[in-house]
Design a protein around this ligand. Sequence first.
Ligand code: ZN
Ligand code: ZN
Length: 356
Amino acid sequence: MDYASRQQRLRPQIAQHSLDALLVTHLPNIRYLCGFTGSNAALLVSARSSVLVTDGRYTTQARDEVEAARVVIAKGGLLADTVKHVRSRTALGFEADHMTVATQSTFKKLLPQVVRLKPANGLVERLRCIKDAEEIAHLRRAVALGSSLFDHALKAIAPGVSEAEVAGAIEYAARRAGADGMSFETIVAAGKRSALPHGRATAARLPRRGFVVLDFGVILGGYCSDMTRTVHLGKPGARARALYGAVREAQQAASQAVRPGVTTGEVDAAARRVLQRAGLGRWFTHSTGHGVGLEIHEAPRVARSQAEELRPGMVITIEPGVYLPGEGGVRIEDMVLVTERGVEVLTPTTKELISL
Ligand code: ZN
Ligand code: ZN
């Protein structure tokens, strides 16, 4: 990863916000800027230099991982040691979105009066939403591993098996295939529970008939995958097929709307329009998608009336769903890459309705 050039792209942002330096405390942002993967660190980026402060547990790891920043091992508290590197009369930005009120107040007490502290949100996140070639390669590998788990899920699905067992089969296969871990808690929601958009796998047993929503992802090399497929236990009736068909069409319409210059709100609207036409609009109760990268949910949001324009290198999910309370639900989710000319669907798994 080219950490030095990422920091070089951040520096003009820091200046544009009338700041002399930025204190980065959100760990995925720290990883993005200098490669450090430990759980306790602060990265101070100023116009000419960067200092990564961590604690004694990470002496060796920081030496191995950190690039493009000087490493300091804190003797006292992390912030206490970090402020020692802040020059006086600095306008210092900090990631207010990622700092508790308690930490902010400690931080203010530690800083000399001459330092002007300013909340600065989303500076690194804005860089992160455009993936570079190495990141795209990592994301492709994560997506490939993630989608390979679908076959394991299909083998595990049968009436009477618990949702948790299906989730377990997916997660065991992920570990065996070399995943660092799951990117979020695996969702297996069967029968009436498939109408819960975030139905975490429970001890509930799969019914003889009905939809099973499977939403899962892995972390590989630090990067997340995210996909959803909905399968049907027993032969689907006309109503189930129509429901599935509408969601599939909405998913496709939104994917096809993706290209540089289009707003994420327009992508959302493309999915919503199809479901409204099918009389299902009011049951599509969440947004169409989100960015994916080092974090499972990151910028940009793909939601109603969002004005943010898509740019080449963004990786987002397209995941419309319809949830009929007491009956069942369907969601289909792919990860897609915004290319110079349009879109590339990264998730290779079939979207045909599979009945088991
Ligand atoms: Zn998902
Ligand atoms: Zn998602």
